[in-house]
Write a protein that binds this ligand. Structure first.
Ligand SMILES: Cc1cc2nc3c(=O)[nH]c(=O)nc-3n(C[C@H](O)[C@H](O)[C@H](O)COP(=O)(O)OP(=O)(O)OC[C@H]3O[C@@H](n4cnc5c(N)ncnc54)[C@H](O)[C@@H]3O)c2cc1C
Length: 418
């Protein structure tokens, strides 16, 4: 039986995972989210230029993301992700219009690497073994130092995959974080590496069912309610301060702070946190994709890196996109549309479009930034940290954010039982 109350600050996926995990344990929880809607960096909204609901960015998760699967099962959205039944991914190289399909083997043994039809064109099995050192890399090593391959496998798959997974230029990104992504996906085989996409929107899968779940469990969710500060006395938070008043808290209460890194540092001075970020740019085009277009297409040699096809729109993603954020939006849309038209063999004028630039999409997954990530426990005994930027062992991803929320909920439940 809980002796105190549970509060969650921040309604991104980390906060929603924490709140739903507490509610599942029968703990009464109150969540405060500053924005008018929950979801944080994983949100959907109606865009007037598109005349449709869009996501702030396409989000890919993999079938083997354990925390994602547990969270979606809890909130009743287990079957809401879509994607191919097998771990297959289609690619096009815009330089020579070459097209291929990567077809991973279901099990752990990588038979696909030994099949010319299933692996990346112009690569040899030995090339793949060159990435094994990532699995053993120390925390200070970069991918550039750890992997020597700069041939077809690097250009046509691994550089692409690693930039997307880490949202950081592959050369300077952390080899250890790359290793943990590979350990949980490619190294476990196709059953853990099937691409999974939120359909029709991110909110429909990751956010709305969580809010419904919290409501059904009697939790309270306050949107548009920004925490301004903590009243701290000794090593405990004694109050949550909002613009129109405060809530008294005690040592027996558990507070999960699941806000983004700069906000956490502002609210809790002295918190170490990553302070370098990378952008992600998404382009959305209001047109139905041609019949037979894969849900996700890897694009080599373009500004767009991935093309996602939905029933009513085509969207592209470019990671580590800091060089694009100051570019003129119209010119950028035209350049990306040219990539899409070539990749999907489309003709005709550019349809209505929208460019979404998330300047601080994630922290930069370099060894130096990774070293700044704090664990869930800080100096204030009744405040627990969560968020994709905390020390999850993964880059900033939905899987990492949910994991951090689950860990925080576990610690909060323990604290409440004291
Ligand atoms: C464009 C884009 C594409 C991405 N693509 C992928 C992908 O393909 N796959 C993947 O796994 N991940 C992807 N990510 C990363 C993923 O979105 C994040 O890792 C995840 O959403 C982070 O969740 P979070 O809860 O830790 O943080 P946030 O989403 O930042 O949540 C923090 C919340 O706290 C709220 N808040 C802030 N201050 C306060 C305050 N004072 N009081 C109350 N509330 C406050 C914020 O409004 C926000 O809702 C992408 C991110 C972006 C931006």
């Amino acid at each position: 039986m809980a002796s105190g109350k549970a509060y969650v600050i921040g309604g991104g996926v980390a906060g929603l995972a924490a709140a739903t995990a507490l509610a599942e344990r029968g703990i009464s929880v109150t969540l405060f989210e500053a924005g008018p809607q929950a979801g944080g960096r994983c949100r959907s909204y109606f865009d007037p230029a598109m005349g449709a609901m869009i996501d702030n960015g396409n989000h890919l998760v993999l079938s083997g993301n354990r925390a994602v699967n547990t969270y979606l099962a809890r909130i009743g959205a287990k079957d809401a992700l879509t994607g191919p039944e097998q771990a297959v991914v289609d690619f096009v190289d815009l330089a020579d219009d070459r097209r291929w399909r990567l077809q991973l083997s279901e099990g752990v043994f990588p038979a696909w690497v030994f099949s010319r039809e299933r692996r990346v064109p112009d690569t040899r099995p030995a090339d793949y073994a060159g990435y094994a050192p990532l699995l053993l890399a120390g925390r200070n090593a970069t991918i550039g130092e750890t992997v020597k391959d700069r041939g077809a496998l690097w250009r046509r798959l691994m550089q692409h995959f690693l930039v997307s997974a880490l949202n950081t230029e592959a050369e300077t990104a952390s080899a250890a974080l790359a290793g943990s992504v590979i350990r949980q996906s490619l190294a476990r085989g196709g059953h853990a590496s099937r691409p999974r996409i939120a359909h029709p929107t991110l909110a429909a899968v990751f956010v709305d069912p969580a809010l419904k779940y919290l409501e059904a469990k009697g939790a309270t969710v306050h949107l548009g309610t920004r925490l301004r500060g903590f009243g701290i006395a000794g090593r405990a938070a004694r109050a949550l301060e909002f613009h129109d008043g405060s809530i008294t808290t005690g040592m027996k209460d558990a507070i999960i702070l699941a806000v983004n890194a700069p906000v956490a540092q502002g609210l809790l001075p002295g918190t170490t946190a990553p302070d370098e970020f990378r952008a992600i740019v998404n382009a959305h085009f209001k047109t139905a994709p041609p019949a037979g277009t894969p849900a996700m297409l890897g694009v080599i040699g373009g500004t767009a890196e991935w093309i996602f096809s939905f029933t009513d729109r085509i969207s592209t993603t470019t990671s580590a996109a800091d060089a694009l954020v100051d570019e003129d939006r119209e010119a950028l849309a035209a350049r990306i549309w040219a990539n899409v038209a070539k990749a999907l063999r489309l003709e005709g004028p550019m349809p209505p479009w929208q460019i979404v630039k998330e300047k601080r999409a994630t922290f930069a997954a370099t060894p130096a930034q990774d070293a700044k990530r704090p664990g869930p426990r800080g100096p204030i005994r009744n405040i627990i940290l969560a968020g994709d930027w905390t020390r999850t062992g993964l880059p900033a991803t939905i899987e990492g954010a949910i994991r951090s929320g689950e860990t925080a909920a576990r610690l909060a439940a323990k604290h409440l039982r004291l």
